[in-house]
Design a protein around this ligand. Structure first.
Ligand SMILES: Nc1ncnc2c1ncn2[C@@H]1O[C@H](COP(=O)(O)OP(=O)(O)OP(=O)(O)O)[C@@H](O)[C@H]1O
Ligand SMILES: O=P(O)(O)OC[C@H]1O[C@H](OP(=O)(O)OP(=O)(O)O)[C@H](O)[C@@H]1O
Ligand SMILES: O=C(O)c1cccnc1
Length: 486
């Protein structure tokens, strides 16, 4: 039975302004207005060409546990405004105590490769509830998608080598460490050093030993022999505490003793110096001594660029231990996912579409009850079209680049398509079976294998085509013009 950090109510894990707006809706009698919000991002992280959606299972747990306890409302009752008077009417706090999520959610399954402007989560329901979900949904999806994407890039760099996530000690706190371990596994790591993540999420755990083990003995060789004695079935020896080449020779000595007992020296680890040169030298020494099966682990501030470079240099590393730069998403510490109102139902039961204007074209939102249609040919997926479910494409449709309407595309070469958002909640009840973590991880592998290599490259990746279906594009354009005229 796996457990999670999100299955107790975390309803106060939100920004105060969500609660003041909720209060405003309640007080003005508009709390029940039916709305649709979309969660999406505008730009891939790491100047990359793809993003891996991650965090939905945490969001589902969060929503299932969503409620305000008497303790929560007691705290809210202590909040005061600028005049020192209570912020919230006690009747509103009573209302909060009975509040549950009653809406619908459609979402892209975890592990799906996604692109800018595509809704990853679409929330439909009373405006008060939808608004309260903005901050927690963004908290859960932004970070996990960021780390899953970073890990997927590491996986692309490492090809078929083993990838170990070693980041807990450098993570952004406990939750940063826990969710990073989960997302890193989904993105393509093979195991984590984080034992609690292993227990809670069912991720394989792996590890070597630290320099302190070696330093605690009078000699390196003695430290290796004792380690091999006590854990003969898990021997990876860290060889760089004093002199790496001598360390490899000592590992070979310890390995020979281990062999006499019927065990194998599983690996050595290099954690400093020139990892290309030292791994090639170590490989020679190991091979000459008959330890051809002994692997070489490389660690030390690695990222996808260094792994790529080291492989190009001919490094003989076949297991990569990656910590800081993975779990902190070092070169881009946040994914800028946003959550925008896209439609409000009017009293006649029709949708009034909503759009946020901006001087920056990229920040103008898109209205509509959005769905994403992904088109495939025999090699993989070739483009995505965002459409309004109220005006679905009838047959082959033209899609239009939201930032340049002269860029249009028809799907002449597509053989099949699939709609990416699937029903997750209906009337507040889960209608989705969360896949196990292995299935999610496999989805990432499959999806990346279907993506053109130009989109996966790290430098100036090719932009995957994503556009708006022509009716949605027209709706958006008309709304922009109308709002600008006001
Ligand atoms: N052949 C190489 N090509 C490019 N970068 C490398 C190579 N070998 C190691 N690096 C990287 O260079 C960076 C600095 O390594 P450096 O050798 O200065 O660390 P170190 O001082 O040996 O290690 P530490 O400070 O942990 O003891 C690390 O990110 C490391 O992974
Ligand atoms: O380098 P990372 O990708 O973050 O991987 C984790 C690092 O953590 C350990 O180092 P330690 O905490 O002993 O620090 P140090 O090697 O930097 O001295 C380990 O030896 C790795 O070098
Ligand atoms: O097991 C290891 O080698 C390890 C674990 C955490 C951080 N650095 C290394």
């Amino acid at each position: 039975m796996l457990h999670s950090l999100y299955n107790t109510s975390l309803s106060l894990l939100t920004d105060l302004y969500q609660l003041t707006m909720a209060y405003g809706y309640w007080k003005s009698g508009t709390a029940q207005k039916e709305t649709v919000f979309n969660l999406y991002f505008r730009k891939h992280p790491f100047q990359g060409g793809f993003t891996v959606a991650c965090g939905l299972s945490s969001a589902i747990e969060y929503l299932n546990a969503f409620s305000f306890s008497s303790d929560d409302v007691r705290y809210l009752s202590t909040l005061t405004g600028t005049d020192g008077q209570p912020l919230f009417d006690p009747a509103f706090l009573d209302y909060l105590q009975t509040l549950r999520f009653t809406g619908d959610i459609d979402a892209v399954p975890e592990g799906t490769v996604v692109f800018p402007n595509e809704p990853l989560i679409r929330v439909r329901g009373p405006i008060l509830q939808c608004q309260l979900l903005e901050t927690p949904l963004l908290t859960l999806i932004n970070f996990q998608s960021l780390i899953a994407t970073k890990a997927a890039r590491m996986r692309l760099a490492a090809h078929d080598d083993t990838l170990l996530e070693f980041g807990l000690r450098r993570a952004q706190g406990i939750d940063g460490g826990m969710t990073a371990s989960r997302a890193a596994y989904i993105g393509g790591c093979d195991a984590t050093s984080n034992v609690l993540a292993g227990k809670l999420y069912g991720i394989p755990v792996r590890g070597t030993h630290a320099h302190s083990w070696v330093m605690s003995f009078d000699s390196e060789l003695e430290s290796f022999n004792v380690y091999a004695d006590v854990l003969p079935n898990n021997v990876t020896l860290l060889v760089d505490t004093y002199d790496t080449i001598q360390g490899v020779r000592n590992a070979v000595e310890a390995g020979k003793k281990l062999r006499e007992r019927g065990y194998q020296l599983s690996a050595i680890r290099l954690d400093s110096g020139d990892l290309a040169y030292l791994s090639m030298e170590a490989r020679k020494l190991l091979d000459e001594a008959g330890f051809r099966e002994t692997a070489i682990v490389g660690s030390n501030d690695l990222d996808e660029y260094l792994v790529t470079s080291l492989k190009e240099q001919g490094a003989k590393i076949n297991i990569w231990g990656i910590g800081t730069k993975l779990v902190t998403a070092y070169d881009q510490p946040a994914l800028g996912g946003v959550y925008k109102l896209a439609a409000i139902q009017n009293p006649a039961g029709q949708w009034d579409y909503k759009l946020k204007l901006s001087e920056q074209t990229i920040k103008i939102s898109t209205p509509g009850i959005q769905q994403v249609r992904r088109y495939y040919n025999e090699r993989g997926f070739i483009s995505d079209m965002i459409y309004n479910e109220e005006t679905p494409p009838a047959g082959p449709s033209t899609m239009i680049d939201p930032y340049d309407f002269t860029r249009q595309r028809r799907f002449a070469d597509a053989t099949t398509f699939e709609d990416l958002l699937v029903p997750v909640f209906r009337n507040g009840q889960t209608v989705y079976t969360t896949p196990d973590i292995q299935t999610v991880r496999n989805r990432v592998t499959t999806q990346l294998s279907q993506l053109h290599p130009g989109i996966k490259r790290f430098t100036n990746p090719h932009a995957y085509p994503v556009g708006l279906e022509q009716n949605l594009h027209q709706l958006r354009t008309d709304l922009i013009l109308k709002l600008r005229q006001k």
